[in-house]
Write a protein that binds this ligand. Sequence first.
Ligand code: ATP
Length: 551
Amino acid sequence: MEMDQLVALCKRRGFLFQSSEIYGGLQGFWDYGPMGVELKRNVREAWWRDMVTSHNELVPPPGAPSCYEMVGLDCAIIMHPQVWKCSGHYDLFHDLMVDCRESKRRYRYDQIQGRWVEAKGQTIFVCTESQGPEAMEDLQHKALRFFNLRSKEADELRWQGPIVSLPTLEGEGGKGQGEGGGPVYDFSRVLGPDAKTLGTLTAPREFNLMFKTIVGALGGEEDAAFLRPETAQGIFVNFKNVLDSTRVRVPFGVAQLGKSFRNEITPRNFTFRSREFEQMEIEFFCHPEHSRAWYQYWRDRRYRWYTDLGLAGQRLRLRDHSPEELSHYSCGTADIEYAFPFLAAGDFGELEGVAHRGDFDLRSHSEGKLVRQGETLVVEQDPQGKPKHRGSGKDLSYFDDLTKERYLPHVIEPSAGADRATLAFLCEAYCEDEQPDESGKPTKRVFLRLHPRLAPIKAAVFPLVKKDGMPEIAKEIYASLKPHFTAFYDEKGAVGRRYRRQDEVGTPFCITVDGQTLADGTVTIRDRDTLRQWRVKKEDCAAEIRGRLGI
Ligand code: ATP
Protein backbone atom coordinates (compact mmCIF):
# COMPACT_ATOMS: atom_id res chain seq x y z
CA MET A 1 0.00 0.00 0.00
CA GLU A 2 1.23 3.48 -0.84
CA MET A 3 0.78 6.01 1.94
CA ASP A 4 -0.88 8.44 -0.50
CA GLN A 5 -3.72 5.98 -1.02
CA LEU A 6 -4.43 5.79 2.69
CA VAL A 7 -4.16 9.56 3.15
CA ALA A 8 -6.64 10.06 0.29
CA LEU A 9 -9.06 7.52 1.75
CA CYS A 10 -8.82 9.15 5.19
CA LYS A 11 -9.85 12.49 3.72
CA ARG A 12 -12.46 11.13 1.31
CA ARG A 13 -14.25 9.08 3.94
CA GLY A 14 -13.89 11.43 6.90
CA PHE A 15 -11.19 9.82 9.02
CA LEU A 16 -8.65 12.63 9.13
CA PHE A 17 -8.47 16.22 7.96
CA GLN A 18 -5.67 18.71 8.11
CA SER A 19 -6.41 21.11 10.96
CA SER A 20 -7.78 24.55 9.89
CA GLU A 21 -7.64 23.35 6.30
CA ILE A 22 -9.70 26.23 4.88
CA TYR A 23 -6.98 28.61 6.10
CA GLY A 24 -4.24 26.55 4.51
CA GLY A 25 -3.76 24.17 7.44
CA LEU A 26 -1.45 24.29 10.44
CA GLN A 27 1.51 21.96 10.30
CA GLY A 28 1.57 19.21 12.89
CA PHE A 29 -2.12 19.44 13.82
CA TRP A 30 -4.88 17.10 12.67
CA ASP A 31 -8.67 16.84 13.02
CA TYR A 32 -10.46 13.52 13.23
CA GLY A 33 -13.59 13.45 11.06
CA PRO A 34 -16.86 11.58 11.70
CA MET A 35 -15.28 8.17 11.00
CA GLY A 36 -11.90 8.99 12.56
CA VAL A 37 -13.40 10.12 15.84
CA GLU A 38 -15.18 6.76 16.24
CA LEU A 39 -12.06 4.80 15.30
CA LYS A 40 -9.82 6.68 17.73
CA ARG A 41 -12.44 6.47 20.50
CA ASN A 42 -12.51 2.72 19.95
CA VAL A 43 -8.70 2.53 20.21
CA ARG A 44 -8.78 4.52 23.45
CA GLU A 45 -11.70 2.54 24.84
CA ALA A 46 -10.09 -0.79 23.97
CA TRP A 47 -6.96 0.33 25.83
CA TRP A 48 -8.86 1.63 28.88
CA ARG A 49 -11.08 -1.41 29.02
CA ASP A 50 -8.30 -3.94 28.53
CA MET A 51 -5.86 -2.25 30.91
CA VAL A 52 -8.18 -0.81 33.58
CA THR A 53 -11.88 -1.70 33.78
CA SER A 54 -11.82 -5.34 32.72
CA HIS A 55 -8.67 -6.11 34.70
CA ASN A 56 -9.47 -8.51 37.54
CA GLU A 57 -7.27 -7.67 40.51
CA LEU A 58 -8.11 -10.94 42.25
CA VAL A 59 -6.42 -13.24 39.74
CA PRO A 60 -2.89 -12.90 38.33
CA PRO A 61 -3.13 -12.55 34.54
CA PRO A 62 -1.02 -15.00 32.48
CA GLY A 63 2.65 -14.11 32.82
CA ALA A 64 2.17 -11.68 35.75
CA PRO A 65 4.32 -12.24 38.86
CA SER A 66 1.23 -11.71 41.10
CA CYS A 67 -2.20 -10.10 41.29
CA TYR A 68 -2.25 -6.32 40.92
CA GLU A 69 -4.69 -3.44 40.96
CA MET A 70 -5.34 -0.83 38.28
CA VAL A 71 -6.94 2.59 38.71
CA GLY A 72 -7.25 5.65 36.47
CA LEU A 73 -6.59 9.39 36.63
CA ASP A 74 -7.45 12.40 34.52
CA CYS A 75 -5.07 15.26 35.32
CA ALA A 76 -4.93 18.86 34.11
CA ILE A 77 -2.94 19.60 30.98
CA ILE A 78 -1.27 22.60 32.61
CA MET A 79 0.59 21.74 35.78
CA HIS A 80 2.83 23.61 38.21
CA PRO A 81 5.97 24.65 36.26
CA GLN A 82 8.16 23.04 38.92
CA VAL A 83 6.85 19.63 37.76
CA TRP A 84 8.76 20.01 34.49
CA LYS A 85 11.86 21.36 36.20
CA CYS A 86 12.08 18.34 38.50
CA SER A 87 11.17 15.84 35.79
CA GLY A 88 14.04 17.07 33.64
CA HIS A 89 11.87 18.30 30.77
CA TYR A 90 12.75 21.96 31.40
CA ASP A 91 16.50 21.39 31.04
CA LEU A 92 16.68 18.35 28.84
CA PHE A 93 13.65 17.97 26.63
CA HIS A 94 14.99 19.33 23.41
CA ASP A 95 15.90 18.42 19.90
CA LEU A 96 18.85 19.68 17.92
CA MET A 97 17.82 21.73 14.94
CA VAL A 98 19.60 23.44 12.09
CA ASP A 99 18.38 26.49 10.19
CA CYS A 100 18.91 27.23 6.53
CA ARG A 101 19.98 30.85 6.04
CA GLU A 102 18.82 30.76 2.42
CA SER A 103 15.43 29.04 2.53
CA LYS A 104 14.68 30.18 6.12
CA ARG A 105 13.52 26.66 6.86
CA ARG A 106 14.27 24.78 10.06
CA TYR A 107 15.07 21.07 10.21
CA ARG A 108 15.60 18.48 12.84
CA TYR A 109 19.34 17.78 12.72
CA ASP A 110 18.99 14.00 12.94
CA GLN A 111 16.34 13.89 10.24
CA ILE A 112 18.42 15.35 7.44
CA GLN A 113 20.21 12.76 5.41
CA GLY A 114 22.39 13.04 2.38
CA ARG A 115 25.13 11.62 0.18
CA TRP A 116 28.49 12.79 -1.14
CA VAL A 117 28.53 13.33 -4.88
CA GLU A 118 31.15 14.55 -7.31
CA ALA A 119 30.62 16.24 -10.66
CA LYS A 120 32.42 18.86 -12.75
CA GLY A 121 35.45 18.56 -10.43
CA GLN A 122 33.54 19.50 -7.26
CA THR A 123 32.47 17.24 -4.38
CA ILE A 124 29.46 18.21 -2.28
CA PHE A 125 27.14 16.64 0.29
CA VAL A 126 23.54 16.88 -0.99
CA CYS A 127 20.78 16.71 1.61
CA THR A 128 17.16 15.70 1.69
CA GLU A 129 14.40 15.47 4.25
CA SER A 130 12.78 12.62 2.33
CA GLN A 131 12.95 9.17 3.76
CA GLY A 132 12.41 5.78 2.27
CA PRO A 133 12.45 5.11 -1.46
CA GLU A 134 11.98 8.78 -2.41
CA ALA A 135 15.23 9.86 -0.73
CA MET A 136 17.58 8.83 -3.58
CA GLU A 137 15.28 10.26 -6.21
CA ASP A 138 15.22 13.58 -4.39
CA LEU A 139 19.00 13.61 -3.90
CA GLN A 140 19.55 13.02 -7.61
CA HIS A 141 17.13 15.79 -8.52
CA LYS A 142 18.90 18.24 -6.19
CA ALA A 143 22.38 17.27 -7.36
CA LEU A 144 21.41 17.66 -11.04
CA ARG A 145 20.00 21.10 -10.33
CA PHE A 146 23.07 22.19 -8.38
CA PHE A 147 25.50 21.08 -11.08
CA ASN A 148 23.24 22.45 -13.79
CA LEU A 149 22.85 19.05 -15.46
CA ARG A 150 19.86 17.54 -17.24
CA SER A 151 18.23 14.25 -16.27
CA LYS A 152 19.87 12.43 -19.17
CA GLU A 153 23.27 13.59 -17.88
CA ALA A 154 22.74 11.79 -14.54
CA ASP A 155 25.72 9.54 -15.41
CA GLU A 156 28.01 12.48 -14.74
CA LEU A 157 27.11 12.35 -11.05
CA ARG A 158 29.58 10.15 -9.21
CA TRP A 159 27.98 9.13 -5.89
CA GLN A 160 30.32 8.28 -3.03
CA GLY A 161 29.33 6.02 -0.15
CA PRO A 162 25.81 5.32 1.07
CA ILE A 163 23.09 7.74 2.20
CA VAL A 164 23.97 8.83 5.73
CA SER A 165 22.41 11.22 8.22
CA LEU A 166 23.89 14.70 8.64
CA PRO A 167 25.16 14.02 12.20
CA THR A 168 27.36 11.20 10.86
CA LEU A 169 29.51 13.63 8.87
CA GLU A 170 31.97 13.87 11.74
CA GLY A 171 35.55 13.95 10.49
CA GLU A 172 34.48 14.35 6.88
CA GLY A 173 34.16 18.10 6.70
CA GLY A 174 31.11 18.06 8.92
CA LYS A 175 31.42 17.82 12.66
CA GLY A 176 34.83 17.92 14.24
CA GLN A 177 36.33 18.46 17.66
CA GLY A 178 36.68 22.13 18.67
CA GLU A 179 39.38 23.60 20.88
CA GLY A 180 37.37 23.45 24.06
CA GLY A 181 36.43 19.83 23.28
CA GLY A 182 33.03 20.91 21.94
CA PRO A 183 32.05 20.05 18.38
CA VAL A 184 32.81 22.34 15.46
CA TYR A 185 30.54 22.21 12.48
CA ASP A 186 31.74 22.83 8.98
CA PHE A 187 28.82 22.67 6.59
CA SER A 188 30.59 24.62 3.83
CA ARG A 189 30.29 21.75 1.33
CA VAL A 190 26.77 20.81 2.41
CA LEU A 191 23.82 21.64 0.18
CA GLY A 192 20.78 22.10 2.45
CA PRO A 193 17.52 20.30 1.54
CA ASP A 194 15.93 23.46 0.09
CA ALA A 195 19.03 25.49 -0.75
CA LYS A 196 20.53 26.42 -4.12
CA THR A 197 23.96 27.32 -2.71
CA LEU A 198 26.39 25.50 -0.44
CA GLY A 199 27.03 26.19 3.23
CA THR A 200 23.71 27.73 4.20
CA LEU A 201 23.00 25.46 7.19
CA THR A 202 23.72 26.78 10.68
CA ALA A 203 25.34 24.70 13.41
CA PRO A 204 22.77 22.66 15.33
CA ARG A 205 21.05 24.42 18.22
CA GLU A 206 18.93 23.15 21.06
CA PHE A 207 15.23 23.78 20.88
CA ASN A 208 12.93 22.98 23.81
CA LEU A 209 9.91 21.02 22.71
CA MET A 210 7.53 22.26 25.40
CA PHE A 211 4.82 24.75 24.42
CA LYS A 212 4.97 27.76 26.70
CA THR A 213 1.87 29.59 27.83
CA ILE A 214 0.94 32.28 30.34
CA VAL A 215 -1.35 31.67 33.30
CA GLY A 216 -3.37 34.66 34.53
CA ALA A 217 -3.72 38.24 33.37
CA LEU A 218 -0.41 39.72 34.45
CA GLY A 219 1.65 37.67 32.06
CA GLY A 220 5.13 38.03 33.52
CA GLU A 221 7.86 35.42 33.07
CA GLU A 222 7.03 34.11 36.56
CA ASP A 223 3.53 33.23 35.26
CA ALA A 224 4.93 31.09 32.43
CA ALA A 225 3.63 27.55 32.35
CA PHE A 226 3.79 24.68 29.89
CA LEU A 227 1.34 22.46 28.08
CA ARG A 228 2.26 18.98 29.25
CA PRO A 229 4.58 17.11 26.86
CA GLU A 230 3.51 13.79 28.42
CA THR A 231 0.72 12.59 30.69
CA ALA A 232 3.03 10.57 32.95
CA GLN A 233 4.05 13.37 35.34
CA GLY A 234 0.44 13.92 36.42
CA ILE A 235 0.47 10.36 37.72
CA PHE A 236 3.69 10.75 39.70
CA VAL A 237 2.62 13.97 41.39
CA ASN A 238 -0.69 12.32 42.38
CA PHE A 239 0.95 9.15 43.69
CA LYS A 240 0.24 10.08 47.32
CA ASN A 241 -3.31 11.21 46.53
CA VAL A 242 -4.07 7.86 44.94
CA LEU A 243 -2.61 5.97 47.90
CA ASP A 244 -4.48 8.11 50.42
CA SER A 245 -7.84 8.07 48.66
CA THR A 246 -8.09 4.42 47.61
CA ARG A 247 -7.11 1.18 49.21
CA VAL A 248 -4.63 0.19 46.51
CA ARG A 249 -1.54 -1.66 47.62
CA VAL A 250 1.75 -2.05 45.78
CA PRO A 251 1.90 -3.53 43.16
CA PHE A 252 -0.61 -1.36 41.35
CA GLY A 253 -0.86 0.65 38.16
CA VAL A 254 -2.34 4.06 37.39
CA ALA A 255 -3.54 4.71 33.86
CA GLN A 256 -4.09 8.02 32.19
CA LEU A 257 -5.25 8.94 28.74
CA GLY A 258 -5.08 12.44 27.35
CA LYS A 259 -3.64 15.13 25.14
CA SER A 260 0.04 15.96 25.14
CA PHE A 261 1.81 18.71 23.24
CA ARG A 262 5.28 18.89 21.77
CA ASN A 263 6.51 21.67 19.56
CA GLU A 264 8.13 19.18 17.17
CA ILE A 265 10.57 20.84 14.77
CA THR A 266 9.56 18.74 11.83
CA PRO A 267 6.11 17.24 12.22
CA ARG A 268 5.78 14.66 9.50
CA ASN A 269 4.41 11.39 8.23
CA PHE A 270 0.72 12.13 8.59
CA THR A 271 -0.25 11.92 12.27
CA PHE A 272 2.89 9.96 13.25
CA ARG A 273 4.71 13.05 14.49
CA SER A 274 2.16 15.70 15.45
CA ARG A 275 2.43 18.70 17.74
CA GLU A 276 -0.79 17.84 19.56
CA PHE A 277 -1.43 14.16 20.19
CA GLU A 278 -2.94 11.79 22.64
CA GLN A 279 -1.09 9.45 24.95
CA MET A 280 -2.18 6.34 26.79
CA GLU A 281 0.20 5.86 29.70
CA ILE A 282 0.47 3.54 32.67
CA GLU A 283 2.76 4.03 35.63
CA PHE A 284 3.06 0.72 37.39
CA PHE A 285 4.42 0.86 40.96
CA CYS A 286 6.10 -2.23 42.37
CA HIS A 287 8.63 -3.42 44.92
CA PRO A 288 12.22 -2.86 43.67
CA GLU A 289 13.01 -6.55 44.05
CA HIS A 290 10.21 -7.56 41.70
CA SER A 291 10.61 -4.78 39.18
CA ARG A 292 12.50 -6.77 36.56
CA ALA A 293 9.80 -9.44 36.48
CA TRP A 294 7.12 -6.75 36.17
CA TYR A 295 9.06 -5.04 33.40
CA GLN A 296 9.11 -8.33 31.49
CA TYR A 297 5.40 -8.80 32.08
CA TRP A 298 4.41 -5.36 30.82
CA ARG A 299 6.70 -5.55 27.81
CA ASP A 300 5.01 -8.76 26.67
CA ARG A 301 1.51 -7.76 27.76
CA ARG A 302 1.58 -4.55 25.76
CA TYR A 303 2.98 -6.23 22.66
CA ARG A 304 0.14 -8.76 22.80
CA TRP A 305 -2.43 -5.96 23.00
CA TYR A 306 -1.49 -4.86 19.50
CA THR A 307 -1.46 -8.36 18.05
CA ASP A 308 -4.84 -9.12 19.65
CA LEU A 309 -6.26 -6.10 17.82
CA GLY A 310 -4.90 -7.11 14.47
CA LEU A 311 -1.35 -5.79 14.11
CA ALA A 312 0.65 -8.80 13.33
CA GLY A 313 3.40 -10.53 11.54
CA GLN A 314 6.50 -8.96 10.21
CA ARG A 315 5.29 -5.39 10.52
CA LEU A 316 5.23 -5.36 14.33
CA ARG A 317 8.26 -5.93 16.51
CA LEU A 318 9.40 -5.64 20.09
CA ARG A 319 12.88 -4.14 20.24
CA ASP A 320 14.97 -4.03 23.41
CA HIS A 321 17.11 -0.91 23.69
CA SER A 322 20.85 -1.40 23.74
CA PRO A 323 22.60 -0.15 26.93
CA GLU A 324 23.83 3.00 25.06
CA GLU A 325 20.28 3.92 24.08
CA LEU A 326 18.88 3.78 27.61
CA SER A 327 17.98 7.06 29.33
CA HIS A 328 20.21 7.93 32.27
CA TYR A 329 17.65 6.58 34.75
CA SER A 330 16.41 3.52 32.88
CA CYS A 331 17.37 -0.03 33.76
CA GLY A 332 15.65 -1.42 30.66
CA THR A 333 13.47 -0.18 27.84
CA ALA A 334 11.77 -1.90 24.95
CA ASP A 335 9.96 -0.25 22.06
CA ILE A 336 6.98 -1.72 20.29
CA GLU A 337 7.51 -0.69 16.70
CA TYR A 338 5.58 -0.87 13.48
CA ALA A 339 6.87 -0.86 9.90
CA PHE A 340 4.82 2.11 8.70
CA PRO A 341 4.57 2.31 4.90
CA PHE A 342 6.14 5.79 4.82
CA LEU A 343 9.42 4.41 6.19
CA ALA A 344 12.22 2.87 4.17
CA ALA A 345 12.12 -0.91 3.79
CA GLY A 346 13.39 -2.49 7.01
CA ASP A 347 12.73 0.64 9.13
CA PHE A 348 10.28 0.71 12.04
CA GLY A 349 8.59 3.59 13.91
CA GLU A 350 7.81 3.63 17.64
CA LEU A 351 4.24 2.91 18.73
CA GLU A 352 4.94 2.53 22.41
CA GLY A 353 7.87 2.53 24.79
CA VAL A 354 7.92 0.25 27.82
CA ALA A 355 10.49 1.53 30.29
CA HIS A 356 11.83 0.38 33.63
CA ARG A 357 12.30 3.77 35.33
CA GLY A 358 13.47 2.65 38.76
CA ASP A 359 12.62 5.19 41.49
CA PHE A 360 13.75 8.16 39.37
CA ASP A 361 10.40 9.92 39.14
CA LEU A 362 9.19 9.61 42.72
CA ARG A 363 12.61 10.66 44.00
CA SER A 364 12.76 13.64 41.61
CA HIS A 365 9.40 14.96 42.75
CA SER A 366 10.37 14.47 46.35
CA GLU A 367 14.02 15.62 46.43
CA GLY A 368 14.55 17.65 43.26
CA LYS A 369 15.90 17.15 39.76
CA LEU A 370 18.33 14.23 39.67
CA VAL A 371 21.48 13.65 37.66
CA ARG A 372 23.61 10.58 37.34
CA GLN A 373 26.91 10.57 39.24
CA GLY A 374 28.77 7.37 38.49
CA GLU A 375 26.41 4.58 39.38
CA THR A 376 24.04 6.66 41.49
CA LEU A 377 21.50 9.42 41.01
CA VAL A 378 22.04 12.59 43.01
CA VAL A 379 20.17 15.90 43.26
CA GLU A 380 21.67 18.31 40.73
CA GLN A 381 23.16 21.37 42.35
CA ASP A 382 23.48 24.97 41.22
CA PRO A 383 26.83 26.87 41.49
CA GLN A 384 25.93 27.83 45.08
CA GLY A 385 25.60 24.17 46.03
CA LYS A 386 21.79 24.34 46.39
CA PRO A 387 19.41 22.01 44.51
CA LYS A 388 19.12 23.31 40.94
CA HIS A 389 15.41 22.48 40.84
CA ARG A 390 13.93 21.87 44.27
CA GLY A 391 11.48 18.98 44.68
CA SER A 392 8.20 19.09 46.61
CA GLY A 393 9.83 17.94 49.82
CA LYS A 394 6.94 15.51 50.30
CA ASP A 395 7.69 11.97 51.36
CA LEU A 396 6.59 9.78 48.45
CA SER A 397 7.65 6.48 49.97
CA TYR A 398 5.27 3.57 50.48
CA PHE A 399 4.70 1.79 53.75
CA ASP A 400 3.70 -1.85 53.49
CA ASP A 401 1.62 -2.49 56.61
CA LEU A 402 1.88 -6.26 56.21
CA THR A 403 5.67 -6.53 55.99
CA LYS A 404 6.23 -3.24 57.90
CA GLU A 405 8.68 -2.22 55.19
CA ARG A 406 8.97 1.37 53.93
CA TYR A 407 10.43 1.89 50.46
CA LEU A 408 10.26 3.96 47.27
CA PRO A 409 8.48 1.83 44.68
CA HIS A 410 10.06 1.24 41.31
CA VAL A 411 8.13 2.19 38.20
CA ILE A 412 7.43 0.39 34.96
CA GLU A 413 6.02 2.72 32.33
CA PRO A 414 4.20 1.48 29.22
CA SER A 415 3.73 4.71 27.26
CA ALA A 416 1.68 4.53 24.06
CA GLY A 417 0.35 7.04 21.55
CA ALA A 418 -3.33 6.85 20.62
CA ASP A 419 -2.75 8.58 17.29
CA ARG A 420 0.18 6.40 16.30
CA ALA A 421 -1.78 3.27 17.25
CA THR A 422 -4.78 4.51 15.24
CA LEU A 423 -2.51 5.17 12.26
CA ALA A 424 -0.93 1.72 12.52
CA PHE A 425 -4.36 0.05 12.67
CA LEU A 426 -5.39 2.00 9.57
CA CYS A 427 -2.21 1.07 7.68
CA GLU A 428 -2.59 -2.58 8.59
CA ALA A 429 -6.28 -2.60 7.67
CA TYR A 430 -5.98 -1.08 4.21
CA CYS A 431 -6.70 -3.80 1.61
CA GLU A 432 -7.53 -4.01 -2.04
CA ASP A 433 -8.99 -6.92 -3.96
CA GLU A 434 -11.03 -7.54 -7.09
CA GLN A 435 -14.73 -8.30 -6.93
CA PRO A 436 -17.39 -8.50 -9.61
CA ASP A 437 -19.54 -5.35 -9.80
CA GLU A 438 -23.30 -5.41 -10.49
CA SER A 439 -22.76 -6.40 -14.11
CA GLY A 440 -20.31 -9.14 -13.12
CA LYS A 441 -17.21 -7.22 -14.30
CA PRO A 442 -14.20 -7.60 -11.93
CA THR A 443 -13.46 -4.22 -10.36
CA LYS A 444 -11.06 -3.02 -7.70
CA ARG A 445 -12.46 -2.95 -4.17
CA VAL A 446 -10.83 -0.97 -1.35
CA PHE A 447 -11.68 -2.10 2.15
CA LEU A 448 -10.44 -1.63 5.69
CA ARG A 449 -10.00 -4.94 7.43
CA LEU A 450 -10.27 -3.34 10.88
CA HIS A 451 -10.72 -5.49 13.95
CA PRO A 452 -14.49 -5.36 14.69
CA ARG A 453 -13.80 -3.76 18.08
CA LEU A 454 -12.11 -0.87 16.31
CA ALA A 455 -14.44 -0.46 13.32
CA PRO A 456 -16.21 2.95 13.47
CA ILE A 457 -19.52 1.38 12.36
CA LYS A 458 -20.29 -2.20 13.35
CA ALA A 459 -23.25 -2.81 11.02
CA ALA A 460 -25.04 -1.06 8.17
CA VAL A 461 -28.67 -1.70 7.25
CA PHE A 462 -29.97 -1.41 3.69
CA PRO A 463 -33.34 -1.93 2.05
CA LEU A 464 -32.54 -3.50 -1.35
CA VAL A 465 -34.96 -1.07 -3.01
CA LYS A 466 -36.79 1.98 -1.72
CA LYS A 467 -40.27 0.45 -2.03
CA ASP A 468 -42.49 -2.57 -1.20
CA GLY A 469 -42.21 -1.88 2.54
CA MET A 470 -38.47 -2.71 2.59
CA PRO A 471 -37.36 0.66 4.05
CA GLU A 472 -39.85 0.25 6.92
CA ILE A 473 -38.46 -3.17 7.85
CA ALA A 474 -34.87 -1.93 7.49
CA LYS A 475 -35.59 1.04 9.76
CA GLU A 476 -37.03 -1.29 12.41
CA ILE A 477 -33.89 -3.42 12.31
CA TYR A 478 -31.76 -0.28 12.46
CA ALA A 479 -33.63 0.88 15.58
CA SER A 480 -33.07 -2.53 17.20
CA LEU A 481 -29.27 -2.24 16.67
CA LYS A 482 -28.77 1.33 17.83
CA PRO A 483 -28.90 0.71 21.61
CA HIS A 484 -26.09 -1.84 21.33
CA PHE A 485 -23.49 -0.52 18.89
CA THR A 486 -22.85 2.06 16.15
CA ALA A 487 -25.03 1.34 13.12
CA PHE A 488 -25.68 3.11 9.84
CA TYR A 489 -28.84 3.23 7.71
CA ASP A 490 -28.58 3.82 3.95
CA GLU A 491 -31.24 3.55 1.27
CA LYS A 492 -29.65 5.73 -1.42
CA GLY A 493 -28.22 4.41 -4.71
CA ALA A 494 -27.37 0.95 -6.01
CA VAL A 495 -26.86 -1.61 -3.26
CA GLY A 496 -23.43 -2.57 -4.66
CA ARG A 497 -22.26 0.99 -4.20
CA ARG A 498 -23.62 1.07 -0.66
CA TYR A 499 -21.62 -2.07 0.15
CA ARG A 500 -18.46 -0.48 -1.27
CA ARG A 501 -18.89 2.64 0.84
CA GLN A 502 -19.15 0.54 3.99
CA ASP A 503 -16.15 -1.60 2.95
CA GLU A 504 -14.10 1.58 2.64
CA VAL A 505 -14.78 2.59 6.25
CA GLY A 506 -14.30 -0.95 7.55
CA THR A 507 -17.89 -1.86 8.55
CA PRO A 508 -17.70 -5.59 9.32
CA PHE A 509 -21.36 -6.44 8.63
CA CYS A 510 -24.04 -5.23 6.19
CA ILE A 511 -27.65 -6.29 6.64
CA THR A 512 -29.93 -6.21 3.59
CA VAL A 513 -33.70 -6.40 3.48
CA ASP A 514 -34.75 -7.94 0.14
CA GLY A 515 -37.67 -9.63 -1.61
CA GLN A 516 -37.30 -12.79 0.44
CA THR A 517 -37.63 -10.78 3.67
CA LEU A 518 -41.19 -9.95 2.64
CA ALA A 519 -41.90 -13.67 2.16
CA ASP A 520 -40.14 -15.33 5.12
CA GLY A 521 -38.95 -12.52 7.44
CA THR A 522 -35.22 -13.26 6.97
CA VAL A 523 -32.50 -10.81 5.89
CA THR A 524 -28.98 -11.31 4.54
CA ILE A 525 -25.89 -10.47 6.53
CA ARG A 526 -22.74 -9.91 4.51
CA ASP A 527 -19.22 -10.28 5.89
CA ARG A 528 -16.82 -7.51 4.83
CA ASP A 529 -13.72 -9.69 4.46
CA THR A 530 -15.04 -12.94 2.97
CA LEU A 531 -18.13 -11.44 1.28
CA ARG A 532 -19.99 -14.51 2.50
CA GLN A 533 -23.72 -13.89 2.90
CA TRP A 534 -26.10 -15.78 5.15
CA ARG A 535 -29.69 -15.30 6.25
CA VAL A 536 -31.06 -14.71 9.74
CA LYS A 537 -34.49 -13.81 11.03
CA LYS A 538 -34.92 -10.06 11.01
CA GLU A 539 -35.59 -9.90 14.75
CA ASP A 540 -32.35 -11.82 15.46
CA CYS A 541 -30.01 -9.29 13.76
CA ALA A 542 -28.89 -7.52 16.94
CA ALA A 543 -28.16 -10.79 18.76
CA GLU A 544 -26.38 -12.29 15.74
CA ILE A 545 -24.05 -9.30 15.34
CA ARG A 546 -23.47 -8.90 19.06
CA GLY A 547 -22.45 -12.54 19.17
CA ARG A 548 -20.01 -12.07 16.33
CA LEU A 549 -18.59 -8.88 17.87
CA GLY A 550 -18.33 -10.57 21.23
CA ILE A 551 -20.26 -7.80 23.01
P1 ATP B 1 9.89 9.70 19.13
O1 ATP B 1 11.26 9.15 19.41
O2 ATP B 1 9.20 9.08 17.97
O3 ATP B 1 9.84 11.21 19.14
P2 ATP B 1 9.51 9.46 21.90
O4 ATP B 1 10.44 8.35 22.26
O5 ATP B 1 9.91 10.87 22.17
O6 ATP B 1 9.02 9.29 20.38
P3 ATP B 1 7.85 9.06 24.14
O7 ATP B 1 8.30 10.27 24.84
O8 ATP B 1 8.36 7.74 24.62
O9 ATP B 1 8.12 9.20 22.58
O10 ATP B 1 6.25 9.07 24.09
C1 ATP B 1 5.48 7.90 24.22
C2 ATP B 1 4.58 7.70 23.02
O11 ATP B 1 3.86 8.89 22.70
C3 ATP B 1 5.32 7.34 21.74
O12 ATP B 1 5.60 5.97 21.69
C4 ATP B 1 4.31 7.75 20.69
O13 ATP B 1 3.34 6.73 20.49
C5 ATP B 1 3.64 8.95 21.30
N1 ATP B 1 4.23 10.18 20.75
C6 ATP B 1 5.35 10.82 21.16
N2 ATP B 1 5.57 11.91 20.42
C7 ATP B 1 4.58 11.96 19.50
C8 ATP B 1 4.24 12.87 18.44
N3 ATP B 1 4.97 13.95 18.20
N4 ATP B 1 3.13 12.62 17.69
C9 ATP B 1 2.36 11.53 17.94
N5 ATP B 1 2.62 10.65 18.92
C10 ATP B 1 3.71 10.85 19.70
